[in-house]
Design a protein around this ligand. Sequence first.
Ligand code: SF4
Length: 354
Amino acid sequence: MEAIEKFYQGERLSFEDGVALYDADLFELGKMADAIKQKRYGKKVFFNVNRHINPTNICVDICKFCGFSANRKNPNPYAMTHDEIMDIVAQAVSRDIKEVHIVSAHNKEVGLDWYFDIFKMIKAKYPQLHIKALTAAEIEFLSRTYGMSLDEVVDKMIASGVDSMPGGGAEIFDEKVRDYICKGKVTSRQWLDIHKKWHERGRMSNATMLFGHVESRENRIDHMLRLRDLQDQTGGFNAFIPLVYQRENNYLKVDDFPTGEEILKTMAISRIMLDNIPHIKAYWVTSTINLALLACEFGADDLDGTIERELINSASGAKSANGMALDNMVSLVKNAGFVPVERDSLYNEIKVFG
Ligand code: SF4
């Protein structure tokens, strides 16, 4: 196959090459992706000790794939107070977490300050804690709701103590698919523009891709290449995170769960196509820990973290509600034949578990 020959000659692969790779043998793709991963990181597999907090599930937007937001199928609206959030952070800090990952739904009732003051409170009390917060979708929602420019929102994040941005809200960039699955929320162009603004301020972020629903393989490659183009300009993405669609409790009718082969091919092709993004994350929450560890043979080098508590994907069927204990994470990675490495949010190594 021409795409494979180009890869071994060290050439950058095109859109057509990326699509063609899906027809290659799974183990050939694994060999190619693993060669990239081994060259960069050897047998290391990274994770961090973090706490996910999802402070509200009340949302003005309606994404068909979402099982998290409060709606007819999920009638349990909540919005945490700042005191409640600070209690969660205090407990997590006592367990030595290094990062809080704060992502919410788009709640118009709580007010702008509710979103930003919590970052200031956390930073004032725990200056050492890395705050990863506000997806590009939330930023666009705040801009739209409070009449602020995207630049103003981004500057306010920095002033409030946010250290890095999560990669959520990217879903699939193809405009037709996006219109079908999440019409009304951040557009593809806005998503990329917001991350560009963030990178231009010297900050890092991640990028996700939600796959395994109604999108085509072509849509996935297009998504990857739009990210690769931005990364060429800014170099601000740390990790690419292909998220496996969770099908329970939502309004997107998809009967077939992607096969393990399709998931692993997508992981491997991500590693091959995104030659300029340092890390590929197998987010164990959406792929299961077993498949995530297998994905580490297919180009992935990162598992995200211990999480402690997770409400967004578990609402759609993922088995992640209570995170994973550090010891368990370490022993699973070791048993799979890798070297577990605890990292910080910017991928500096904290501890190698030899
Ligand atoms: S994915 Fe986010 S924006 Fe869309 S409905 Fe769910 S919470 Fe709201």
